[in-house]
Design a protein around this ligand. Structure first.
Ligand SMILES: *Cc1c(COP(=O)(O)O)cnc(C)c1O
Length: 361
């Protein structure tokens, strides 16, 4: 079957079957799911088939499905926004779909038809549009996911997959304003190695990172800052977000060298900063350089970027038992401006100079 012929069928719940919506003040992150979901199947013989939006429900999956044993699983994270004028907007959705296709290639999984999947996302968001929160900063988080479902224990690429999209109303990450967090610079565990799968949004990367996160949290930190796997020297990422440093007025972030997730927020931050005329550098940056800059006063800001929080200011770094404060532990002006402008563009409150926003309805 040609994927361009792919029909998306819709099975809607009747109005009296719709779930009760959660209280908008206590949404948190990823705890509630909307009334419907998108599901599509792939096999070697048929390609993608059976594309459906249907009520949110369990899967029946063979316990021998390859995803349970060898972890062939990839995902994306993106959001739908409700503007004050009542429009429903998506932020750079094709970028997420294209990145998912890169993850798919790395994991020997089938590529998605980007145009059709954008239609699927729009159709799901439109059908469940009543679930998009209206509280300031709150959004509908979307989780496209692909898993290997062929029941077989020999190690090779699965010949069957399911692709699905869940939608989850989430609260504003910083409902009470920014609260810069304390970060543990991880010098034992590593996230990704050169030649590995660090640049793919694949499930195993997150499974592998949980121990470092848990140990950092037990020590009182909210996230880890990952260093490179070979020398434990160069900055890579912060938890599941990209790392930025303002040193002597210049914005610096590690380059995309294969071990770093190419964040769409990262790319947007770089574009906005260039628009403003800031000096922007994508280069390797060692933890020693950052600590030295903190000590001589040239380190002005540290923050991270990702879809969930947009921008997270980092107020303190702990490296080998020693803490350095960043900007006196408060949010710096560049982090604040990036957060404000990105959110204003995403919620349709400010001009969108790069045509990032896609209207659903
Ligand atoms: C998803 C993710 C990011 C951020 O990507 P965005 O597209 O900005 O949400 C950064 N690092 C890791 C490891 C991620 O999984």
């Amino acid at each position: 079957m040609l994927t361009t012929d792919l029909e998306i069928t819709v099975h809607k719940l009747a109005p009296e079957q719709l779930k009760e919506k959660p209280d908008q003040q206590s949404l948190g992150f990823g705890q509630y799911f909307t009334d419907h979901m998108f599901v599509m199947h792939w096999s070697r013989e048929r390609g993608w088939y059976d594309a459906k939006i249907h009520p949110y429900q369990d899967f029946a999956i063979d316990p021998a499905a390859m995803v349970f044993h060898y972890g062939q699983a990839i995902f994306e994270g993106m959001k739908a926004y409700r503007s004050k004028g009542g429009e429903t907007l998506l932020f750079r959705p094709e970028s997420n779909l294209e990145r998912m296709n890169k993850s798919a290639v790395r994991m020997c999984m089938p590529r998605l038809p980007v145009d059709r999947m954008l239609q699927a996302i729009k159709a799901l968001v439109y059908l469940d549009r009543e679930w998009i929160p209206t509280a300031p900063g709150a959004t509908l988080y979307l989780r496209p996911t692909m898993i290997a479902t062929e029941p077989a224990l020999g190690l090779r690429p699965s010949q069957e997959y399911i692709f699905f999209i869940l939608a989850s109303p989430v609260g504003a990450y910083y409902a009470e304003g920014f609260n810069p967090v304390k970060i543990y610079v991880e010098d034992t565990y590593v996230r990704a190695v050169p030649g590995g799968v660090g640049e793919a949004k694949t499930a195993g990367n997150y499974a592998a990172s949980v121990k470092a996160l848990t140990e950092a949290q037990q020590k009182g930190f909210s996230q880890v800052l990952w260093l490179d796997a070979l020398e434990h020297k160069y900055i890579e990422e912060v938890g599941t977000s990209n790392a930025f440093f303002v040193i002597n007025g210049e914005l610096t972030t590690p380059p995309l060298g294969g071990t770093i997730l190419p964040g769409i927020t990262r790319d947007s931050v770089l574009q906005l900063a260039r628009d403003w005329g800031l000096q922007v550098n994508e280069r390797m940056l060692s933890i020693d350089e950052v600590i030295a800059a903190a000590e001589d006063g040239s380190l002005q800001e540290v923050f991270s970027s990702g879809t969930a929080a947009v921008i997270s200011p980092l107020g303190e770094l702990n490296y080998k038992g020693k803490s350095v404060l960043v900007n006196g532990g408060s949010t710096g002006p560049i982090a604040q401006r990036l957060f404000d402008e990105l959110q204003a563009i995403q919620f349709g409150e400010q001009e969108d100079p790069h045509n990032w926003m896609v209207r659903v309805a």
